[in-house]
Ligand binder design. Structure first.
Ligand SMILES: C[S@@+](CC[C@H](N)C(=O)[O-])C[C@H]1O[C@@H](n2cnc3c(N)ncnc32)[C@H](O)[C@@H]1O
Length: 315
């Protein structure tokens, strides 16, 4: 049996004693980069925009999702939902807020949103992924699930969340993010989502698709909705081959500057990437309302991941 880099890392981290659990993150990131990421980059080498969906579907159908699947809920997302809920429109109103998680993979984030009170929609281009998401949601939210994996909750804790009793629904939808035909399956097009969450979707796309990603995000969000991005990988050279493509400066360029996100690194050096959360260029269509290094995130992004929250500017 072949063992890929991510599986190797998980095994080696889990078998360390507590005193040796301190991890050299740069080494870890390098190893991750050189194995799983190398395989992904190979698969997508020379693939055009038209080949993207079928290539992802092929990877799912040949059970290669461990190349990107983190195997657990996202600590950074959990903490955002528990600690920054004030940023979420309509979380405390009568109706349940609606979250969209495009490119949701196995659906850990979809279930996290639902367990925190959202009606959560997971979008995937591969039927195998949709099936995997449905199965995972059943295992976490079915009658025998006892409220799900405790890692869907942070300091607030599973017991407190259960006592509050606000659990939404999950729905997994087959569709291409860049098309509109799947929107009907999420309660109708034009309704708008309160939150859209991006983790490892933008970095998986060809750079030429980034401006369309931003346009679709804008179309899909309700006027007061927010776009939440767990930015990864920020340690990889944005000019290097992907996926995943290095994201340093890319979200900033696309959303704050209205650029194509391709020359992100240059823009990140010129303004606002790290320190000025609310700097808004005069031609901006999005405003970054929150930007921080999450205290907890996946091992592979520790020390480098950033969480950014964006809302559309009124036109
Ligand atoms: C790098 S994986 C990340 C999956 C998930 N976010 C995670 O963290 O496990 C990228 C995912 O995007 C999906 N995908 C790629 N292009 C898509 C598209 N146009 N619409 C919807 N899903 C897409 C792929 O099937 C794949 O599962």
């Amino acid at each position: 049996m072949t063992i890929n880099g991510w599986q190797y890392l998980k095994t080696s981290i889990n078998t360390k004693t507590d005193s040796t659990k301190a991890i050299d993150h740069s080494l870890l990131q390098q190893l991750f980069t050189s194995t799983d990421m190398g395989r992904l980059t190979d698969v997508f080498q020379d693939k055009t925009r038209n080949d993207q969906s079928s290539s992802w579907t092929q990877l799912w159908n040949s059970n290669e999702e461990s190349l990107w699947d983190r195997g657990q809920p996202s600590p950074a997302l959990v903490d955002f939902l528990e600690q920054h809920s004030a940023y979420i429109p309509s979380l405390h109103s009568q109706r349940r807020p609606r979250a969209l998680i495009p490119a949701c993979g196995r659906g850990y984030d979809v279930v996290t949103f639902a367990l925190h009170g959202f009606d959560a929609y997971g979008l995937e281009v591969a039927q195998t992924a949709v099936n995997a998401g449905e199965e995972y949601a059943r295992s976490q939210m079915g009658a025998d699930a006892e409220g799900g994996d405790s890692r869907h909750f942070g300091k607030r804790g599973k017991k407190k969340a259960q006592a509050d009793g606000v659990v939404g629904q999950t729905k997994f939808v087959l569709g291409d993010f860049f098309a509109t035909d799947w929107e009907e399956g999420c309660g109708g097009s034009g309704k708008g989502f309160d939150v859209v969450y991006d983790y490892t979707f933008l970095c998986a796309l060809l750079p030429e698709m980034r401006a369309d990603w931003a346009r679709r995000m804008s179309e899909l969000l309700a006027p007061d909705g927010i776009l939440v991005c767990l930015e990864f990988p920020l340690y990889k050279d944005p000019a290097a081959q992907g996926p995943p493509y290095g994201m340093k400066g890319v979200y900033w360029d696309l959303l704050s500057k209205g650029g194509d996100g391709i020359d992100g690194q240059k823009h990140s050096q010129s303004h606002g990437e790290a320190d000025e959360v609310r700097y808004v260029p005069s031609d901006a269509t999005w405003e970054r309302i929150l930007y921080y290094k999450p205290e907890r995130t996946f091992k592979v992004g520790e020390g480098t991941d950033m969480l950014s929250v964006w809302r559309k500017m009124a036109s």
